[in-house]
Design a protein around this ligand. Structure first.
Ligand code: NAD
Length: 367
């Protein structure tokens, strides 16, 4: 894969710690808007190409969110499950120390797969600066993901899209794929405004209930029984069946490539809001658009998490975070949908054009 174009990557840093056997890679894609921001992924399969692709996505996501951050991502190559907690701390600290030359000036880290708030505390301590990463514990000035910033943003994106379609949120039905950090808050905020939740899934299956799923009962059921399928009186279907249900809005909030080309004829939702990353390929989105389905793309709808990271980075509190997520996600979704309509573009293409222009305006070498 040829990684290089006018936008980047500006730096690829590969590190190795011979004593621990730790290998890692950092790709700083583009810093025209600010230091590169993106999480650290700790998996046995992560490689330079994967990190580059994720870094490029972060360039567009941060630009689209209107943040003074460029795009970057990093990876530690190894299986964290095979390490003791102490060994994992040593690997994360070693990775942080080896990146000292570029962190936090050119790269600000954050959590990604197998990296949580404890790891961020280790990373920041080893670097010697609290600004080395976001997603830190509260006692270090962090704004944990458990506050629900991403789900809150996805909800506001949906409100804009519904308004765009002339629909009243109180009168719509919706389904949520994945009752995790993102999905849980989508269910909460959507039901709070009066929308009717009729289907929700997790890895164990889908809970379908035409008469409506109550959010407080759902939360309690998941907490106590470990799965949404234990919700009283709901019809239990396989996880995948969620996407075929007769609803006005479908929220994706779990796995990549959820919707395949062969699913297109069976999709009945009129609006899909992508809370998860890459829930379908671009050609599938285009096919759904031909059917009249409006899709709010992932890097527009789910930027609440990175907006929260920015608020943490500048030392802001929870209140500022929620205000900024609402304001940015609302404005950006409106802008993307208006451009898509005016220029007859797919929302994803309209969003990409806006993000690219924002980077180009600050980048002398990007054409
Ligand atoms: P999570 O681990 O908290 O929750 C994932 C949920 O999906 C769990 O309930 C799990 O049971 C369920 N699930 C797993 N496989 C499933 C399947 N086949 N069908 C239905 N449900 C299934 O994860 P999360 O943080 O909520 O992230 C969800 C998605 O949103 C991911 O794509 C992630 O990259 C994206 N995202 C998350 C954030 C964030 O701040 N958490 C930000 C941006 C994007």
């Amino acid at each position: 894969m040829d990684m290089f174009d006018d936008f980047g990557p500006e730096r690829i840093v590969e590190v190795y710690h011979p004593k621990l056997g730790m290998r890692g890679v950092l790709v700083i894609d583009n810093t025209a808007l600010g230091p590169g921001k993106g999480g650290i992924r700790f998996t046995p399969t992560v490689d330079k190409t994967e990190v580059f692709r994720l870094a490029r996505t972060m360039t567009w996501k941060n630009a689209m969110a209107g943040l003074p951050f460029g795009g970057a991502k990093s990876g530690i190559m190894g299986d964290p499950k095979k390490l003791t907690p102490k060994q994992k701390d040593e690997w994360v600290a070693a990775f942080s120390k080896l990146l000292k030359g570029v962190v936090p000036k050119y790269y600000v880290a954050g959590p990604d797969i197998s990296m949580a708030e404890h790891d961020m505390a280790v990373f920041a301590k080893a670097n010697g600066s609290n600004q080395a990463c976001t997603g830190k514990p509260k006692k270090l000035g962090g704004l944990p993901h458990e506050l629900g910033s991403t789900g809150f943003g996805v909800f506001h994106s949906a409100l804009v899209a519904l308004k765009h379609m002339g629909k009243d949120p109180k009168k719509v039905t919706f389904a949520v794929e994945g009752y995790g950090n993102v999905g849980e808050f989508v269910c909460k905020f959507m039901t709070d405004v009066g929308a009717k939740l009729v289907a929700v899934s997790d890895s164990k299956g889908t809970c379908f209930l035409q008469s409506g799923i109550k959010n407080d009962v759902l939360y309690k059921t998941k907490k106590e029984k470990g799965t949404v399928t234990a919700y009283p009186a709901c019809k239990v279907l396989p996880s995948k069946e969620l996407i075929y249900q007769e609803v006005d809005v479908l929220f994706t909030a779990a796995i990549p490539d959820l919707v395949k080309m062969e699913d297109v004829p069976k999709i009945k939702a009129k609006l899909i809001v992508e809370g998860s990353n890459i829930p379908m390929k671009e050609d599938v989105e285009a096919e759904l658009a031909k059917k009249g389905v409006l899709i709010v793309p992932d890097f527009v709808a789910n930027a609440g998490g990175v907006i929260s990271s920015y608020v943490e980075y500048i030392g802001g509190n929870e209140k500022t975070m929620f205000e900024m997520v609402e304001e940015r996600i609302t404005k950006n979704t409106e802008q993307v949908l208006a451009k898509a309509k005016a220029e007859n573009l797919l929302p994803r293409d309209a969003a990409l054009a806006i993000a690219k222009e924002r980077v180009r305006n600050k980048c002398k070498t990007c054409r």
